[in-house]
Design a protein around this ligand. Structure first.
Ligand SMILES: [Zn+2]
Length: 63
């Protein structure tokens, strides 16, 4: 894998639990609307997107 792909996969792997576990509680029956409505999840998604964008910008700037 290229460094870009490796870092992207690592970021996604690190972020999925963060998005899913943004707050305590039972999420076995939580659907996508819950993830969109809850500010806790939105904050985590926002951080995740910002981290991915930051990583892409950093990697592109190196070339
Ligand atoms: Zn939740």
């Amino acid at each position: 894998m290229t460094p870009f792909k490796t870092s992207t996969v690592a970021l996604l792997a690190a972020l999925i639990p963060g998005v899913a576990l943004a707050h305590p509680g039972d999420h076995r029956f939580a659907d996508l609307m819950h993830l969109i409505r809850e500010p806790d999840h939105l904050a985590m998604i926002g951080i995740a997107v910002a981290a991915v964008v930051y990583g892409v910008v950093k990697l592109r700037a190196r070339r």
